[in-house]
Design a protein around this ligand. Structure first.
Ligand SMILES: Nc1ncnc2c1ncn2[C@@H]1O[C@H](COP(=O)(O)OP(=O)(O)OP(=O)(O)O)[C@@H](O)[C@H]1O
Ligand SMILES: O=C(O)c1ccc[n+]([C@@H]2O[C@H](COP(=O)([O-])O)[C@@H](O)[C@H]2O)c1
Length: 194
């Protein structure tokens, strides 16, 4: 059984995350998704809201395989700990850690990255504005990464584009409704309540 592991800070989750998850659903037996805090970043919204938005984002995906799970119990600051939890859930699985190409430069700073890379396949999703640089790939491979680059290009949207510029095209309607209902991200230009 091939399990894709896709963690996100989901602050907020975007149409870009949704497109990645949809693509993973077509290519894996099971897609495990969770919202996590990132020890290398600060977050604007409490994790419980980010989980709720991620749930709405996944609900909206029409997957004929019904193989997408919001596996919030996997959430941890360190992906190595997430993997340990995943191994308890799916003892016979082959795990593929999924990251966008922007994370290639960050990965070497992750906790015990060599241990992690030894135990998973690494799938990199090309992302507009983050060209895959051979030297970054090389560094990850030297750390033991068994890297595949997906034949799928992510959307040109990001959580930052919403937080900083109020780019609503980054978000899906259910997530926009949730943000409005819960009065989140009050300082983004679109919301004008700061
Ligand atoms: N549009 C996208 N295409 C491909 N991968 C993406 C896309 N958006 C996010 N990802 C990947 O999803 C994972 C979670 O990303 P994250 O939640 O940090 O989104 P983000 O838009 O980069 O957020 P921020 O702008 O806050 O840094 C990372 O591996 C990231 O590379
Ligand atoms: O293991 C680590 O040291 C580590 C460092 C930074 C990020 N991560 C994980 O990477 C995933 C993507 O994070 P982000 O902030 O880019 O959405 C998420 O599951 C984080 O918990 C993990």
């Amino acid at each position: 059984m091939k399990v894709a592991l896709f963690g996100t800070s989901a602050d907020p989750p975007t149409a870009g995350h949704q497109a990645v998850i949809r693509w993973l659903s077509d290519h894996f037996d099971w897609v495990a998704v969770w919202a996590a805090n990132n020890p290398l970043k600060s977050h604007q919204t409490p994790l419980e809201h980010r989980v709720a938005m991620l749930h709405l984002l996944i609900l909206d995906i029409d997957s004929s395989k019904h193989n997408i799970g919001l596996e919030q119990e996997l959430s941890h600051l360190r992906t190595l700990e997430t993997l340990e939890k995943a191994k308890k859930c799916w003892s016979e699985a082959e795990f593929t850690l999924v990251v966008g190409s922007d994370l290639l430069t960050q990965l070497p700073r992750w906790y015990h990255i060599e241990d992690l890379l030894q135990q998973v396949q690494l799938l990199v999703i090309p992302r507009p504005r983050y060209a895959i640089d051979e030297s970054n790939l090389d560094i990850v491979q030297k750390l033991g990464g068994k890297v595949t680059v997906a034949n799928f290009i992510g959307l040109d949207v990001s959580s930052t584009a919403y937080r900083k510029n109020g780019d609503l095209s980054a978000l899906t309607p259910l997530v926009v409704d949730y943000i409005n209902k819960e009065h989140l991200y009050k300082c983004v230009p679109e919301n004008l309540i700061c």
